[in-house]
Design a protein around this ligand. Sequence first.
Ligand code: PEP
Ligand code: CO
Length: 395
Amino acid sequence: MDATTVRSADPSLALAPGHDAVAAQQPDWSGHPDLPFCRAELRRSAALVDPGQLTDLTAKLARVAAGEAHVFQAGDCAESLHECQPAHVRAKLDTLEQLADLMIIRTGTEVLQVGRIGGQFGKPRSNDTETHEGRELPVFRGHLVNGEEPTAQARRPDPHRLLLAHRSAAAVTAEVERRRAGLGTGPWTSHEALVLDYEAPLVRTDERTGAAFLGSTHLPWIGERTRQENGAHVRMLSGVANPVGCKIGPGASPAGVVRLCRLLDPERRAGRLVLIARMGHDRVADRLPDLVRAVAASGHRPVWLLDPMHGNTVRTRRGLKTRHLTDITAEVNAARRVLEERQQHPGGLHLEVAADEVTECVGGPVAERDLTVRNTTLCDPRLSPEQAALLLEAW
Ligand code: PEP
Ligand code: CO
């Protein structure tokens, strides 16, 4: 496969040997003897979403872009392969639905429910290793790649997890679809399209149109660490029919964001592009206005979502990762004002929320001293449902 072929069209080739795009944040398993088998198995396995659904979701997102509806996107930071049973999924979907109902009451509009669910198994990390009790270990990269236990054995990347994850994602997605069939409405699935050995084999062709689509989820997004313009992630998602999201952090430049819009949505299809701003409460008023102005001036009309989680992570004096509800609330309200002052629609929220009353973020009923009581996240601190409801009331 030469680089010219890769550049042409087929997004599943984003990680083909000889590709010329940088692929950041990939697991260190390229020498594993079973990787080719696992990729081939994935290529043979079923897509989890149907291309017709993607057309429906794009049409719904177009209504959000036009200011007529909102999005509530939420779920785990990192989904657990051990929490994919129907009971787990139902609890997560109940939480999503209850919070989306609150948003309907607050906004008086239709609200699209989008879960960080059914494939949110891969995590980008700032460092490759961490020190645990004096020993240096590879970091946990999500259940798609390795285990969270702090042992060398668990942290070794294992490509067989690609197949486990696909099987679990299929079960989760089936439960999501059961609810949609029952209610006539319901959530959509989304995750960060990060691990290309998982995503690329799940790129499929829509038999009716000949168009490529990503079969792993309804709404894939590109993370803050993998949105390089010449990167494999941008290339892969630029070539699929799904609506696509892209995180935008405080280091983004106005011209860079406009170029990303052009790469990901060259035809400016209504409902195709979702920009997810995650600036941090102390930087949003400084950074977001120029980005919003530049995107509006470019003629692109993305859905703007606000992620007030990822720019507000801090450590307690004891070294525990947390987030403060006051910072989270401050960021969404500041970001909403930035958008409204520029006549752009604040399209909704992107949150990390657990299905049960965890104590991972500080605020509402949780004080800093309570953070160890029920802290079960595999990665970043999530809001409890009660904390998320408090945020929605302040929004
Ligand atoms: C995430 O959504 O869990 C994440 C890692 O976000 P970001 O890419 O914005 O840092
Ligand atoms: Co996170």
